[in-house]
Design a protein around this ligand. Structure first.
Ligand code: GLC
Length: 440
């Protein structure tokens, strides 16, 4: 068994740490302008002008089953959909607002179709819910709000009642966790109480735990869906640590106790979360696979994002990226699911350009070849520990020698602790080849 123990949390993260790979979905009115899900903030768009996206929201090609099939084919085991993003628009039929998909030309409760379809496909169902709301009349204008530069922003703020907004969130979270069956993850986003307002504009301060009335909000969620996994972005520690758009270099630890925590990196294909037509920074298939491997090699999960087009389908670039994952995962998923960081004494043996993962039961070591070596993979420290070795993608045996390289040359490496795996000269047709080592 793996010797790594993560900090105990209120929710049930066992399935989550096993499954490792999920799909984030950012969908909302911002899919229409197609220039970042923060477009309303970036362009300081007034409500009257943003309204055109609501009036034209009609994802006629949306098919939740198709989304679910694509997620599953990519090897993803769960998903998290934006039920409401910072713009305030709700993809579900909430009785507490008119600003929802059922009142647009589309006329449907997208969250329901998503939840039903993903569950039917055998995937776990998660809801993202934005704490920030740039539409709600009670949400006080602050330094991130689209109205922040209005000369009369201070006046506009009078009468806005954060307490009422917090109640609105509880009402919506109650709807989301009551009307859509079992929900596995609740992903709040995000707190910024540490953001400093400009001098003289102290009333524009950022928001956090107390503003959201997070304790009550979370207690409510837990009472409705016991066992649900909740992230930490309410500013209250829960189940999930969520590094965003960077690659951690170590297993994330609890700040005070130093314990290992359950973590999930969230990443994008091209930079923004919502559909961004003109973005050219799409990651290569190889980098995408490496990001997944790097994450699991450090005991984490990867939540990889898709931003569907305003017509409701996945853009061809996202489809290609998902296919790259699917192709790799189909043959190499065994090094991801149920795997974690390799034991410390194995990690000491890690050769250059490789990443290890190890099965939870400790019996198999997976060596991911980020650069393909010529002929021999030499590993100091594994001699005597190995029972059988093969390529994971095709289950073809890889011969190995111990203590020395199988070569007549003088000067070929020799050492008591040396394991030498013999490789074909040509890299197999796999983005990142994986060697599966059955340990003794
Ligand atoms: C950030 C952004 C947001 C995105 C989220 C995903 O907090 O505000 O647009 O939804 O990260 O992690």
């Amino acid at each position: 068994m793996s010797s790594y123990v993560t900090r105990k949390t209120p929710g049930d993260t066992a399935w989550f740490r096993h499954d490792r790979f999920g799909m984030f979905i950012h969908f909302g009115l911002y899919a229409l302008p197609s220039r970042h899900e923060w477009v309303k903030n970036h362009e300081c768009t007034p409500e009257e002008k943003y309204q055109k996206y609501f009036d034209h929201f009609n994802p006629d090609l949306f098919d939740a089953r198709e989304w679910a099939r694509q997620a599953k084919a990519a090897g993803m085991k769960y998903a998290v959909l934006t039920t409401k993003h910072h713009e305030g628009f709700c993809l579900f039929d909430s009785q507490y607002t008119d600003y929802k998909s059922t009142n647009t030309p589309f006329g449907r409760d997208l969250v329901r179709e998503y939840a039903d379809a993903f569950r039917a496909e055998g995937l776990k169902v998660g809801f993202y819910y934005s704490l920030i709301d740039w539409h709600h009349p009670d949400f006080p204008i602050d330094m991130l709000h689209p109205r922040r530069n209005d000369p009369d922003a201070f006046e506009q703020n009078q009468g806005r009642d954060m307490h009422k907004y917090a109640e609105y969130m509880r009402n919506q979270v109650r709807e989301l966790l009551t009307n859509y069956g079992k929900i596995d993850i609740l992903w709040f986003d995000f707190s910024y109480s540490g953001n400093k307002p400009e001098p003289g504009k102290e009333w524009m301060k950022g928001k956090g735990k107390d503003d959201w009335e997070a304790e009550e909000l979370i207690a409510l969620a837990r009472s409705l869906q016991p066992g649900i996994i909740i992230d930490n972005r309410t500013e209250m520690e829960q189940d999930l640590w969520t590094p965003e758009q960077y690659q951690p270099l170590e297993w994330i630890r609890h700040k005070e106790t130093g314990e290992l925590v359950t973590w999930e990196a969230c990443q994008t294909f091209s930079g923004s979360w919502g559909y961004y037509r003109d973005e050219t920074s799409w990651k290569s298939p190889e980098m995408l696979v490496r990001m997944l491997v790097n994450t699991v090699a450090l005991g984490g999960n990867l939540l990889m994002n898709v931003g569907p087009t305003s017509r409701g389908y996945f853009d061809y670039r996202a489809v290609d990226a998902l296919k790259a994952y699917g192709e790799w995962m189909k043959y190499n998923g065994r090094s991801i699911y149920g795997c974690t960081m390799a034991e410390p004494e194995l990690l000491k043996t890690l050769p250059a350009d490789c990443r290890y993962t190890q099965s939870e039961d400790g019996k198999r070591l997976y060596i991911h070849l980020f650069a393909y070596p010529f002929k021999h993979l030499q590993i100091h420290g594994l001699a005597g520990k190995v029972e059988y070795v093969q390529f994971l993608h095709d289950g073809s045996e890889l011969l190995y020698t111990e203590k020395k390289v199988n070569h007549f040359s003088e000067g070929a490496t020799q050492a008591d602790d040396l394991l030498v795996i013999e490789l074909p000269d040509v890299k197999p047709n796999v983005l990142v080849p994986v060697i599966e080592v059955f340990l003794k």
